[in-house]
Design a protein around this ligand. Structure first.
Ligand code: UD1
Length: 420
């Protein structure tokens, strides 16, 4: 079992370069199955969810050639199966995108139930509602989702809830459908737009991604032989922004789309941080004083992202006064607060609300990541704390952060991965 050992109380200084977005990459990879051809994808983050996605695509018959650490060519001409193995799909959430892509191209998909971070109930009723609206029959039996159709025909779908996964999955299944599909109350996250851009590069006709109404005009044929570069990771950038403020440091964050960060920048500035847009997809963030208290409510984009909730929770744990976080997306996203309390934080979490009484200092302790973003938050806490922190359950963190200890070490953290 690996652990990270962090010697804390180090303000972070220097430059960090953001990788490609995990949540875009894990949708774009299965989306490549839609073409009877090949494409090259660049700026892929080197994370375990991407490697697992590639393993699944290969198991279905795709041929993957690694061009560099961050770029691959996927040849989807000889897909031999539309059934994705449960032992692989259960390891992460985004495996549900295989349903939309396989159904879209082959009118048939059998995919093991998706796994992923345990954040509370994670139903997929809105995905199923979308597939059915296009004419598919969907069954969930023995841990597998099976979707079939004679023909997919465009339809109007009003989402009961704003869902990132369902919005993308319906786009995937509608690209080659007959006629026009309209998704109303669609999610607007940057990676929705990125997946739509990828699909349009492929020859799809998708309009309105990034707004709450997306129109997909079905096309008959898609392009082969194109190259696409994945958007920078909004959540990784936000994680380093929180780390800068929590550690009272000064960071230059490179390769980020500053507009995507408005939701986190606004909150950190309200708390006392200074942010300068340096142009050229680059920003500087610094904070040399104790941040002030804040109220944070997570909501779909452009609201404050739930995936940055635990990281800002670390900032609030040592901020001046009493702060509140209201988590409106997931039922069970405060497990990290128990770990922070082991480090001296004073956080009371009940249901979807947590109250943070800001303490002067955190102290190092052994802590356990309950999920991907909680893991990132515990690393930030270890960097800020007095003494030594050991972070366990790194498999969660490795799913979504490329080379995290190396990136933190380069900006001054004393952090080491140790295999036990
Ligand atoms: C994606 C992200 C995840 C992020 C989340 C919200 C990926 C791979 N994961 O997850 O990191 O935390 O968006 O920004 O991109 N819901 C339903 N029925 C459905 C689908 C969702 O009730 O069919 C509910 C969920 O329980 C949740 C809310 O809708 O309360 C949002 O979920 P959704 O946006 O679908 O999250 P994911 O796509 O799973």
């Amino acid at each position: 079992m690996d652990k990270l050992v962090i010697t804390g109380k180090t303000p972070l200084h220097g430059e960090v370069t953001i990788s490609g977005a995990k949540n875009a990459a894990v949708a774009i990879l299965p989306a490549s199955l839609l073409i009877n051809g090949f494409c090259t994808i660049e700026n892929l983050p080197n994370i375990s969810d991407v490697k697992l996605s590639c393993t699944i695509l290969e198991a279905l018959g795709a041929k993957i050639t690694w061009i560099s650490e961050h770029a691959i060519t996927i040849d989807s001409r000889n897909i031999t199966s539309t059934s994705a193995p449960l032992d692989l799909t259960s390891k992460f959430r985004a495996s549900y995108y295989l349903i939309g892509a396989l159904l879209g191209r082959f009118k048939s998909a059998e995919v093991g139930m998706p796994g992923g971070c345990k954040l509370g109930a994670r139903p997929i009723d809105q995905h199923i509602k979308g597939f059915e609206a296009l004419g598919a029959t969907v069954d969930v039996i023995q841990g597998k989702i099976s979707a079939k159709a004679d023909d997919l025909v465009g339809s109007s779908i009003y989402m009961d809830i704003v869902s990132v996964g369902a919005t993308i999955n319906i786009m995937l299944s509608a690209v080659l459908a007959k006629g026009t599909t309209v998704i109303e109350n669609a999610a607007k996250e940057p990676h929705i737009v990125d997946v739509a851009n990828f699909l349009n590069t492929m020859g799809a006709d998708i309009r309105g991604a990034g707004t709450d109404v997306i129109k997909i005009n079905g096309v008959e044929k898609l392009n082969s032989g194109f190259t696409y570069s994945v958007v920078p990771d909004q959540i990784e950038a936000g994680t380093f922004m929180c780390a800068a403020v929590a550690s009272r440091g000064d960071l230059i964050i490179k390769n980020c789309i500053t507009k995507h960060l408005d939701c986190i920048s606004a909150k950190l500035v309200e708390m006392g941080a200074t942010i300068e847009d340096l142009g050229g997809d680059c920003l500087r963030i610094y904070c040399d004083k104790r941040p002030s208290k804040a109220t944070v409510k997570t909501s779909p984009y452009p609201g404050f992202p739930t995936d940055l909730q635990s990281q800002i929770g670390v900032v609030l744990s040592t901020s001046e006064g009493t702060s509140i976080i209201n988590e409106s997306i997931w039922e069970s996203r405060f497990q990290y607060t128990e770990e922070l309390n082991k480090m001296g934080a004073k956080i009371t979490a009940q249901g979807k609300t947590a109250i943070f009484e800001g303490v002067d200092e955190l102290y190092g302790a052994p802590v356990y990541a309950s999920d991907l973003r909680a893991g990132a938050a515990l690393i930030i806490a270890g960097i800020c704390a007095n003494g030594t922190t050991e972070v366990y359950n790194l498999e969660h963190i490795d799913r979504g952060y490329e080379n995290i200890e190396e990136k933190f070490r380069k900006i001054g953290a004393k952090i080491e991965r140790i295999s036990e």
